[in-house]
Design a protein around this ligand. Structure first.
Ligand code: GLU
Length: 341
C-alpha cells in the first residue's frame, strides 16, 4: 500500500537539544533526519522526507524565518505532501503557529510540534509528539483546519492555543474553548468541524513593528508612549480585565492614538474584551471613544501578530477595526468536517 507523504522540517528547540558535555546546558544540535530516525514506526505511518531549515532556540525565530518556512511548506504540499510538520522550540510556538495560520491558505494541515523534555531526558516527549504530529498530518479530518499544534496527544488550533506552563508536559492549552481534538491510540479525532479562517496577503512592508505593553497596577502608560516615540508603528495594550487601564493610561492612549493605531486586548489569558459594560474612565467604552480598537477574543500576543500582518500587508488604518472584529470574534464552524477550501 502506498503511504501518504509527509514532509518534516526542523527549526531547533528543545526537541533537538543536546549537551556538549555533562553539566553543560543543552542547545539545538539534532537535525530533522535524526529526530525522525528515533521515532518507532514513523516510516510505517507515512513516507517521510526530513529537512533541517534552522537550528535555533525558538525565542530567536523571526518573521522572515517563518516566511521562509511558509514557502517551504507550500512547496512541499504543491509537490504532493498530504501535510507538513515543523518541529521547533515551544517557547514561541503559540506565536509562530498563529503567524503561519494568518497566511496558510492550503487545505493540507500544517502541523507544529516540539518537546518539553530534551531527547536525553527520561520519558522524552519529542518522539511521541513527532509521531502524533505525523498521524495528525495524514488524517483526512485535519484538512481545512489551517495550522495545528500537536503536543501531548492533543491537537490545538493555532488561533486558540497558548503555552500555559514553563516545563510541564501539559504546557499547551486552548483556554477559551478547549482543544480542537485529541489522539487516541494514534488516531486523531476532532470535537468539532473546521472553522472558517480569513487569511491575509503576504507582507509588502517588512519593517512594521508593533509594540505590546502590559497595563499594570499604578501604571500611567508611559512605556506605551515611549514605544511610539521609538518609532513603533502600532501599540497593543495588554489591558486589565475586559480591557481596562488607569485614568492616566487612558489619557496616554488618546495621545498615542493621534499617531498610531492602539489595540486593547485582555491580559487575563482567557475571554474577550467587553464592548459596552463598563462606564468608568479607562474602561472599554471610554477607550473605544478615544479611538482605541478592541481585540475581542484575541490575546495580546495574537493581536500583536495580526495587527503587524495587517499593517505589513498595507491595510489602511481606517480598515483595521473591521478586520480586528472579524478575527476577534468566535469562529463560524464549517458544518461538514470533510469540507476543504
Ligand atoms: N522550552 C523550550 C522548548 O521547548 C526551550 C527552547 C525553545 O523554545 O527553543 O523548546
Amino acid at each position: 500500500m502506498t503511504r501518504p507523504s509527509v514532509a518534516i522540517a526542523s527549526l531547533g528547540g528543545t526537541i533537538s537539544m543536546t549537551a556538549a558535555s555533562a553539566g553543560a546546558g543543552v542547545t539545538p544540535t539534532l537535525d530533522a533526519a535524526q529526530l525522525a530516525a528515533v521515532v518507532p514506526g514513523l516510516t510505517q505511518v507515512a513516507e517521510i522526507s526530513a529537512e533541517s531549515l534552522l537550528q535555533l532556540p525558538s525565542a530567536s525565530l523571526s518573521f522572515d524565518h517563518l516566511l521562509e518556512c511558509l514557502r517551504w511548506a507550500e512547496a512541499k504540499v504543491d509537490a504532493g505532501a498530504v501535510g507538513v510538520v515543523l518541529t521547533q522550540g515551544t517557547d514561541t510556538l503559540e506565536e509562530t503557529a498563529f503567524f503561519l495560520d494568518l497566511y496558510w491558505d492550503r487545505p493540507q494541515p500544517l502541523i507544529l510540534t516540539g518537546a518539553m523534555r530534551t531527547p536525553a531526558a527520561v520519558s522524552a516527549d519529542g518522539p511521541g509528539n513527532l509521531l502524533a504530529a505525523v498521524q495528525t498530518a495524514i488524517a483526512p479530518g485535519s484538512r481545512g483546519r489551517g495550522v495545528l499544534v500537536v503536543m501531548n496527544d492533543t491537537i490545538h488550533a493555532a488561533r486558540w492555543v497558548s503555552k500555559a506552563d514553563a516545563l510541564s508536559l501539559h504546557a499547551f492549552v486552548s483556554p477559551d474553548g478547549g482543544a480542537a481534538g485529541r489522539l487516541v491510540e494514534g488516531r486523531p479525532g476532532y470535537f468539532h468541524g473546521p472553522a472558517k479562517r480569513p487569511v491575509i496577503g503576504r507582507p509588502q512592508v517588512h519593517t512594521v513593528r508593533v509594540a505590546m505593553v502590559e497595563a499594570l497596577l499604578s501604571d500611567d502608560g508611559e512605556l506605551a508612549e515611549l514605544a511610539v516615540q521609538a518609532g513603533y508603528d502600532a501599540v497593543v495594550v495588554a489591558a486589565q480585565g475586559a480591557g481596562h487601564v488607569s485614568f492616566a493610561f487612558a489619557e496616554r492612549i488618546s495621545r498615542i492614538g493621534n499617531t498610531v493605531p492602539v489595540v486593547i486586548a485582555s491580559r487575563t489569558g482567557g475571554g474577550s474584551t467587553a464592548e459596552h459594560t463598563y462606564g468608568f474612565v479607562g474602561a472599554e467604552i471610554d477607550l473605544a471613544a478615544r479611538g482605541a480598537l478592541l481585540a475581542g477574543w484575541l490575546s495580546p500576543r495574537k493581536a500583536r501578530l495580526l495587527l503587524r500582518a495587517l499593517l505589513a500587508a498595507g491595510m489602511p488604518r481606517a480598515e483595521l477595526g473591521e478586520r480586528l472584529k472579524k478575527w476577534g470574534k468566535l469562529p463560524d464552524f464549517i458544518p461538514d468536517a470533510a469540507a476543504g477550501h
